[in-house]
Design a protein around this ligand. Structure first.
Ligand SMILES: [Zn+2]
Length: 189
């Protein structure tokens, strides 16, 4: 994380639910989001296996509505963190992928890579249920191929979150690739 992240505490110790041997370390980080709000990220990490999990608590709720864009062109960008609020829509135009507003818990807090994995999984399941001669298959295979490349940082795309209520945000690994466009109040009416 950036120099603006402030590590407040690291401690202890409960048993890892995955490997049953490691200890889970809990760390809490307060982070200043680009528009001036604060969030608390709680990270759970096993010291033996790869298990880790995040929880996030907004410390201020007055996020600014607008359109957030992140240009993704390498593996480093895939680690940028994403929080989509229930009123935010998430889109990757180059991959024809859209998540509409709604309470989909698994999209609440993740990184770009996590979003691509979920899309890949959903598209694969959709493809399996199609008839062999379905006209959509060609197009879907193209999307799956591009998704595979994207997961290796070899496909350039833009991740767009449109949030009319505020509350969504992107924490970019590379700030130069992030842009935020505030809604004028007339656009909200
Ligand atoms: Zn473990």
């Amino acid at each position: 994380m950036s120099e603006r992240a402030e590590k407040t505490e690291i401690n202890y110790s409960f048993k890892c639910p995955i490997c049953n041997e490691g200890k889970i370390e809990i760390s809490k980080v307060t982070y200043d989001v680009p528009d001036g709000d604060k969030i608390l990220i709680i990270k759970f990490e096993c010291n033996l296996c790869n298990y880790s999990n995040n929880d996030i608590i907004p410390l201020t709720t007055n996020f600014t509505p607008g359109i957030m864009k992140l240009k993704v062109s390498n593996e480093d960008d895939l680690k940028s963190k994403i929080y989509r609020s229930p009123v935010g829509s998430l889109e990757i135009p180059e991959l024809e992928l859209v998540v509409n507003p709604g309470p989909r818990a698994d999209f609440y807090y993740t990184n770009v890579e996590g979003i691509l994995f979920r899309f890949e999984n959903a598209v694969s399941i959709y493809r399996k249920n199609l008839e062999k001669d379905d006209a959509q298959i060609k197009e879907i295979d193209k999307i799956l191929k591009d998704l595979g490349k994207a997961l290796k940082g070899e496909f350039k795309f833009t991740l767009v979150i449109t949030d009319t209520g505020g509350g969504s945000y992107i924490i970019p690994n590379d700030k130069a690739k992030y842009s935020f466009e505030k809604f004028e109040s007339k656009e909200l009416n």
